[in-house]
Ligand binder design. Structure first.
Ligand code: PDD
Length: 286
């Protein structure tokens, strides 16, 4: 029996069902999902899962793409078309497809994917009768910012918050008030004493390639450097703040939460580093 998937209003053969490569679910994990078990073709805990789905969507400010009634019809139709008596049905709703930018796209319809599959309940019964093994594991949700994963939802939410406040970048800080990095950049300051500082990469941050290239230039330029965390307050008092990334090169940040940094103009160190970084990057590009 061939499986069928619902993708944005169309029932398609499961093996050929696709979403666009620029779907934000794929690019940023910018979406939510819900799962119902199915008994005798009917959805278990229907209202509970539906309410959580609505809540998840509301929290992420993704428009609820169809009425609860319409959703119920599509879920049941997917179950019916897949001839699921006992099994499971999944829905994934993402913010939709848009050119890649961390901040939310405007006027984009959410993507809706529904799939259903049969499950042999007897297997679960057998295991339940025997008992199942467990192991412990560190809760890493999400403590591995060193991995350049597409799981960028928190970054996208931070960037969106920055955009909504008229800012270029969100500078992220940890529970101690220490700056980690930008939502899609590494963060640097020239502190009150004129020292260049950026957080060390033992911390839970991305090991920026631009950061590493800048570090080499910094050494060559003889700029005094400390790879040591700085606080939000230190950043606000700094002579200069800037961020680095493949997409931004070296970008001076001249205000932070409305506080003017230095004299409110790009500082000499950021300006110089941007210039020599671009010169080298252009020259050495292969
Ligand atoms: N972002 N930190 C985060 C969280 C990033 O996403 C990035 C890059 C950086 C800088 O890394 P690099 O210097 O290697 O680009 C730091 C890319 C540009 C992006 O998501 O668009």
């Amino acid at each position: 029996m061939s499986r069928v998937a619902y993708v944005n209003g169309i029932y398609q053969p499961h093996g050929q069902a696709v979403v666009h490569i620029e779907d934000r679910g794929f690019q940023f994990a910018d979406g939510v999902y819900e799962v119902w078990s199915v008994f005798d073709g009917k959805l278990a805990d229907y209202q509970g899962h539906l309410s959580r789905l609505a809540r998840s969507l509301t929290e992420l400010r993704i428009d609820i793409p169809m009425s609860a009634e319409a959703l119920g019809i599509v879920l049941r139709e997917t179950i019916r078309r897949n001839r699921v008596r006992n099994g499971i049905v999944y829905i994934q709703i993402t913010r939709g497809t848009a050119p890649r930018d961390h901040a939310f796209p405007k006027d984009v319809a959410p993507s809706v994917i529904i799939t259903a599959k049969s499950i042999d309940l007897k297997k679960g019964e057998a295991l339940a009768a025997k008992g199942a093994a467990g192991v412990t594991h560190p809760d890493m949700r999400w403590g591995r910012c060193d991995i350049k994963t597409v799981g960028l939802l928190p970054n996208a939410l931070a960037k969106q918050a920055a955009r909504e406040r008229g800012a270029y970048e969100a500078i992220l800080f940890d529970e101690m008030g220490m700056v980690t990095e930008g939502s899609s950049t590494n963060a640097w300051i020239i502190d009150e004493n004129g020292k260049l500082r950026t957080r060390d990469t033992q911390a839970n941050i991305l090991r920026g390639i631009t950061r590493a290239a800048i570090l080499k230039l910094v050494e060559a330029e003889g700029i005094e450097l400390e790879e040591r965390a700085f606080s939000v307050e230190e950043a606000k008092r700094a002579r200069e703040v800037f961020v680095t990334a493949a997409s931004s090169f070296v970008m001076p940040i001249t205000s932070l939460d409305g506080t003017r940094i230095g004299d409110g103009k790009p500082g000499p160190v950021a300006t110089r580093l941007r210039e020599i970084y671009l010169e080298q990057a252009r020259r050495d590009a292969v």
